[in-house]
Design a protein around this ligand. Structure first.
Ligand code: GLU
Length: 328
């Protein structure tokens, strides 16, 4: 039987409330051993080994934990007796960690993230079946070479594509631009396709030796957005700024001027969008060539920030950074 290692980081899947019907609960309360013990017949899918990496609500997920996770996954997957890894994680920032691991794990073996929307104590808790499905997907040899996947609510999403779309519903994750990678029913996966972009074993990024990243901030465009936010961010040491723009990555004239002068001072400006779906294209309403701006293409603001932080680990030209957004 194959071996799957489950790395726990916390989240609602490990959350505990005082009763089955109350909305309030605390994230990251259950141990990995108790989470595995709560899933009937999981031992029929794989030999399971559990490890606690952290136990936090994912709003407290940090780059320090992400780096620790990436290093541990790389170490585990080098071992011949480990077939795949499952990571349990809060859903709030699941897409950030998934995308970070998609760029920094160096293996063709399955890496599957899962979580839940209801705490372990809720009526119809979704965690146990999600964990069962994630282990089934991780144990499936057909999962190899598909990059980091997220398995929640019977769906299999690619790390590049998925985003959280609902604050409380079990059907919260969607891959709005180009859809699902597959589905899973009681541990048995059906694949439609592989993710399109480069990832994991073809990624040029590495966290070996990385302890900290250059600061990259995100600004959410809104009516009369004050342009001095951009100056403030730079004065606090930001080397890059992602604009969660209106529509196709737009911002008002004052912010555009501030962004242009920041770019002239070698601050990397990435135009992304606050809209839930769609790409941000070069030179549509904004003259990116004149402004020396980067566009995020398919990446939402939080993922655009992660790609820029990894890109800034070494010196790269703006053209090279732009190309990364079309590649990863
Ligand atoms: N804030 C919690 C977390 O991300 C709730 C979301 C969840 O896990 O579903 O850990």
């Amino acid at each position: 039987m194959v071996k799957v290692v489950v790395l726990a980081t916390g989240g609602t899947i490990a959350g505990v409330g005082a009763s089955g019907t109350q909305p309030g609960y605390s994230s990251g309360e259950m141990s990995i051993e108790d989470m595995i013990a709560a899933v009937p017949n999981i031992e029929n899918l794989a030999h399971i080994q559990g490890e606690q990496i952290a136990n936090v609500g994912s709003q407290d997920m940090s780059f320090a934990i992400m780096i620790r996770l990436a290093c541990r996954i790389n170490e585990l997957l080098q071992s011949e007796d480990v077939s795949g890894v499952v990571i349990t994680h809060g859903t709030d920032t699941m897409e950030e960690t998934a995308y970070f691991l998609n760029l920094t794990v160096k293996s063709t073996k399955p890496v599957v993230m899962t979580g839940s929307m209801r705490p372990s104590t809720a009526i119809s808790a979704d965690g146990p079946l999600n964990l069962y499905n994630a282990v089934g997907v991780a144990a499936d040899p057909d999962t190899a070479k598909r990059g980091v996947l997220v398995v929640v609510n019977d769906r299999i999403h690619g790390a590049h594509a998925l985003t959280k779309t609902n604050t409380t519903s079990v059907e919260t994750f969607l891959s709005p631009i180009n859809g699902l990678v597959g589905t899973v029913i009681y541990g048995s996966a059906t694949y439609f396709r592989a993710p399109f972009r480069k990832h994991t074993y073809t990624s040029e990024f590495s966290v070996d030796g990385a302890t900290r990243f250059k600061r990259v901030d995100i600004f959410h465009a809104c009516a009369d957005m004050p342009a001095d936010l951009i100056d403030c961010s730079i004065s606090q040491g930001a080397r890059g700024i992602v604009i969660a723009g209106h529509g196709n990555g737009n911002m008002n004239k004052a912010c555009l001027a501030a962004a242009k002068s920041a770019a002239a001072k070698h601050i990397v400006i990435v135009r992304s969008s606050s809209v839930a779906s769609g790409t941000v294209g070069r030179n549509v309403e904004v003259d990116d060539d004149a402004g020396q701006f980067i566009v995020s293409d398919e990446l939402n603001p939080v993922k655009a920030r992660i790609l820029l932080m990894l890109a800034l680990l070494k010196d790269r030209s703006l053209e090279e950074i732009q190309e990364l957004y079309f590649t990863y």
